[in-house]
Ligand binder design. Sequence first.
Ligand code: ZN
Length: 237
Amino acid sequence: MHIYNEFKSSFIIVAFLGYIFLVSGLIINFLQLCSCIIWPFSKELYRKMNRYLALGIWSPIKKLVKKLYDDEKPLVFNFLEYINYTTKTKFFHCPLYHATSCPAYFTPSNDFENLVIIFEHIYRYHATDYDLIRNIKDKWYQEQKNLSSSSSNLTTDIITLHDVEELCETSSTITTKTTYDDQRPLKGIQYYKLSNELSSETSAAISNFIEGHINNNQLKQKINSLHTEYLQKISNV
Ligand SMILES: [Zn+2]
């Protein structure tokens, strides 16, 4: 009888919490449905509304960021900062940039709202890392920081454009008898790499635009600078 009572009282609590979760989700879904009315008039406002409504459902992200943010020693992500030399603007890399070479970039600020955007991205695109961060956030943070500081002499097995370039340089200096035809495959890799780089960076910029991180002009500027950079690199091949 005792166990039964225990079960009954815990069941009531669980049912109550479940009910709240379900109802709040339904209310947000209903509000999202209502926001469709705004869409023909202002797509900007519609996007904004939906972002906040979605964050309502994804409150775990806000909770996590609050945990990172409200601490006595708040985590500062300045180590993610980099300068795009073509546009001469500062950005934050994706925190998982070193592990995944994820091309996403963010506004370089440690504001609560900005951190929510960054962690929303991690939640969506790097789910396993998100769980890791939630469980061992300090360790994860320190790891990322170390990775960033040692990135200049970081050697990986992944063939980056730089590796290919180096490979080309060494191969042409060591084997002095290389003909134009011998270099074809290597040059082909370079062209492949460049075109992939361009398309992935362009898609990243477009998705940043869709998610509202950059405006229309910034997107155009970004695409323009990417293509200028690309043409420059192509002419160097
Ligand atoms: Zn990412």
